[in-house]
Ligand binder design. Structure first.
Ligand code: COA
Length: 166
């Protein structure tokens, strides 16, 4: 059975592990040139810190946490949303053993429901690493549109912006 719920403190270690192993495995398979460095791993594992500034969701499969996503309210600390009043969606990952089975969908369904129906924001913004065509397709199939005005160019990574308007 699949259940999506808000993460609790006792989920922090499992969520951090899914993020790090999920990113490492998928990038090694699809974009082997990408290095998931120490600083990035530390950020991904700081789930307690993220719960203080964002809503962190988990998907349970038969009672075990197997995936996660985070959604940040408009104006939240570290939000990278560029559309006024929009939420920012980040840190989507599924346990490597279960990637490819569509578990991102129930997580995104719930994150989008919270943004649309509970927060009543006009849009969700997100960023995808440039070149990551698989994940970009996943979001585009759900209605997210490419929005170059939100692109971010950091020294270590270039990020393509997408927006879902409600
Ligand atoms: C993104 C994710 C949650 C989707 O899970 P899912 O619902 O099981 O769907 P899939 O694993 O089949 O991923 C969808 C597509 O994205 C691709 N993909 C996923 N993560 C990727 C990555 N880090 N780099 C490149 N491609 C990636 C998959 O290969 C697949 O592409 P395809 O349709 O060409 O086969 C999961 O793949 C994951 O945990 N990836 C690592 C974390 C990540 O990259 N998150 C995205 C942040 S923007």
């Amino acid at each position: 059975m699949i259940v999506v719920r808000e993460a609790r403190p006792e989920d922090d270690a499992a969520v951090g592990e899914i993020l790090v192993s999920g990113y490492l495995t998928a990038y090694a398979r699809k974009m082997p040139e990408v290095v998931v460095g120490e600083e990035r791993r530390r950020t991904l594992r700081d789930v307690a810190g993220k719960r203080r500034i964002a809503t962190v969701l988990v998907v349970e499969v038969d009672g075990r946490v197997k995936g996660t996503v985070a959604i940040f309210k408009p104006g939240a600390e570290t939000s990278e949303a560029w559309v006024p009043g929009a939420a920012d969606l980040r840190h989507l990952a599924v346990d490597p053993a279960l990637q490819g089975q569509g578990l991102a969908a129930p997580l995104l369904d719930e994150a989008e429901r919270i943004a649309r129906e509970v927060w009543r924001v006009p849009a969700i913004c997100l960023h995808v690493r440039r070149g990551n065509a698989g994940v970009a397709r996943l979001y585009q199939r759900r209605g997210y549109l490419r929005s170059p005005e939100g692109d971010l160019e950091y020294p270590e990574v270039e990020l393509d912006a997408y927006v879902l308007k409600f």
